[in-house]
Design a protein around this ligand. Structure first.
Ligand code: UD1
Ligand code: CA
Length: 467
């Protein structure tokens, strides 16, 4: 039987260099908190337990992860270094056996392949410890891997490194596999005799080696995998890499991104083949887009489902909505929570929709607010139509049945129904239900007062004059 795997994630640090009131690992990398990226990788190992060491603003972290089942939290207070952090998990893992995989909450790009390799090598060599390392161009800020021939001899932190060690380009990723046997006894022997007066977990390597125990390394081929995030510049850099990977995946699957550098697609977004995405578009959260759609510049879509062949014209904001196949939205439309645009329907400029169903083939092309409305099929909503859904206390429903025609500049005071094929004249205020096939008008008769302009003596200067 394969040995048990227990995962520990270190996330107690304040992240001083982030200059933030929030824990570092809650900062978002490509739309998702850093720690979530790490947890997804941990889950791929199917561990027996997963423990997160929290400290700085621990309550924020625990709240943010409340809907992740099976996580165990231990609090490290004060934070005296990475070895001290691991020691905090001893009460939970004292009787555990097998391998402990230690991940860092601020290293979110590690591949699952590398993790598998780490476990495989660690198990095959029956190592006391196995370290993931990388050879990088610029090792600044990382612990350096000191070798004794082929063997790893120890790890020296940048702040404690002499000029010779600083030249070393092989770095410690902060990700390890440990044999659980006597792990905590060895960790307890680590001293804080260093520049930062902290208990350094990497010191474990030299202790093991001095005792002649097996310490292995796994060196990643792509050093991007082990990028750590310590400041906002690194946060942006790692986000860029995640986005680049996502964009490459989409393009490989048949999606056209006109300018990948300005296309921001969150990890869980799905897009069908032959969809075209123009520059400066953000697709966020759980958005799903079908095939053959076209998303124009300046559009932001969050948690929304689009069918096939949907066109979204420039500068729309769409959140929590759904748009059926062959519909068209925008430019400058605002679709909010539970806005639902039917097949072949058209929503034009400066139209806002919330909790509204616009039926198949219906149109609302100009300057309208549709809130809490149920609009049937093939309805025409004229320019400037407003559903007055809020009476100051409650939200009420406007129902507009199939084939109805709402003339421009009308107000529908909910609750109210305009029945099938009814016609609402331009500029009408609808307060009562309109029966099927009826015409509703409320505006008074027009009066023209002859010669009024001349009588007022206003014709010379012109009505629009500012004097
Ligand atoms: C650490 C390693 C370094 C490695 C680098 C890789 C140490 C001493 N150094 O340095 O060799 O190259 O990661 O990214 O381990 N943490 C706690 N409690 C603490 C201190 C830190 O939980 O008391 C957590 C942090 O929240 C973070 C992780 O441990 O998630 C790493 O800590 P950080 O201070 O970022 O270590 P580095 O200086 O990057
Ligand atoms: Ca770090």
């Amino acid at each position: 039987m394969a040995p048990d795997i227990h995962v520990v994630i270190l996330a107690a640090g304040k992240g001083t260099r982030m200059k933030s009131a929030r824990p570092k690992v809650l900062h978002r990398v490509a739309g998702i908190p850093m720690i979530e990226h790490v947890l997804d990788r941990a889950a791929a190992l199917a561990p027996k337990t997963t423990t997160i060491v929290v400290g700085y603003r621990a309550e924020l972290l625990q709240t943010a992860l409340a809907d992740r089942p099976g996580l165990r939290f231990v609090v490290q207070e004060p934070q005296l270094g990475t070895a001290h952090a691991l020691l905090m998990t001893e009460p939970l893992l004292r009787t555990a056996t097998g391998h402990l995989i230690l991940l860092s909450g601020d290293v979110p790009l590690l591949s699952i392949e590398t993790l598998d390799q780490l476990v495989a090598r660690h198990a095959a060599r029956q190592a006391a410890a196995t370290v993931v390392t990388a050879v990088v161009e610029n090792p600044q800020g990382y612990g350096r891997v000191v070798r004794d021939g082929e063997q790893i001899a120890g790890i020296v932190e940048e702040k404690d490194a002499g000029s010779e060690d600083r030249e070393i380009r092989e770095i410690n990723s902060g990700i390890y596999a440990f044999a659980l046997d006597d792990l905590f006894d060895v960790v307890r022997r680590i001293a804080a005799a260093n520049a930062q007066q902290e208990y350094y977990l990497p010191d474990l390597i030299a202790i093991h080696r001095r005792q002649g125990r097996v310490v292995e390394t796994v060196t990643v081929a792509n050093p991007n995998e082990i990028l750590g995030i310590n400041n906002r510049i690194e946060l942006a850099e790692v986000s860029r890499i995640v986005r680049q990977m996502k964009n490459a995946e989409l393009m490989a699957a048949g999606v056209t991104l006109e300018d990948p550098a300005t296309t921001y697609v969150d990890r869980d977004v799905e897009i069908g083949a032959d969809t075209i995405v123009h520059p400066n578009v953000s697709l966020e959260g759980r958005t799903r887009i079908g095939v053959d759609c076209e998303i124009h510049s300046g559009v932001r879509i969050i948690d929304t489902r689009l069918g096939d062949r949907v066109t979204v014209l420039n500068h729309c904001v769409i959140r929590g909505a759904s748009i059926e196949s062959d519909a068209s939205v925008g430019p400058f439309a605002h679709l909010r929570k539970d806005a639902s645009v039917g097949a072949r329907a058209k929503v034009g400029n400066f139209v806002e929709m919330k909790s509204t169903i616009l039926g198949p083939g219906s149109k609302a092309m100009h300057l309208s607010y549709l809130g809490d409305a149920v609009v049937g099929a093939n309805v025409n909503i004229g320019a400037g139509t407003i559903t007055c859904n809020y009476d100051g206390t409650t939200k009420q429903t406007t129902t507009i049945e199939d084939g109805a025609f709402i003339g421009s500049d009308s107000q529908l005071i909910a609750p109210v129904t305009v029945a099938r094929d009814a016609y609402v004249g331009t500029g009408t205020t609808i307060r009562e239900n309109v029966p099927a096939g009826a015409l509703a008008v409320s505006a008074g008769k027009q009066r023209n007062i002859e010669g009024w302009v001349e009588k007022k003596g206003r014709s010379k200067k012109g009505v629009g004059s500012r004097e």
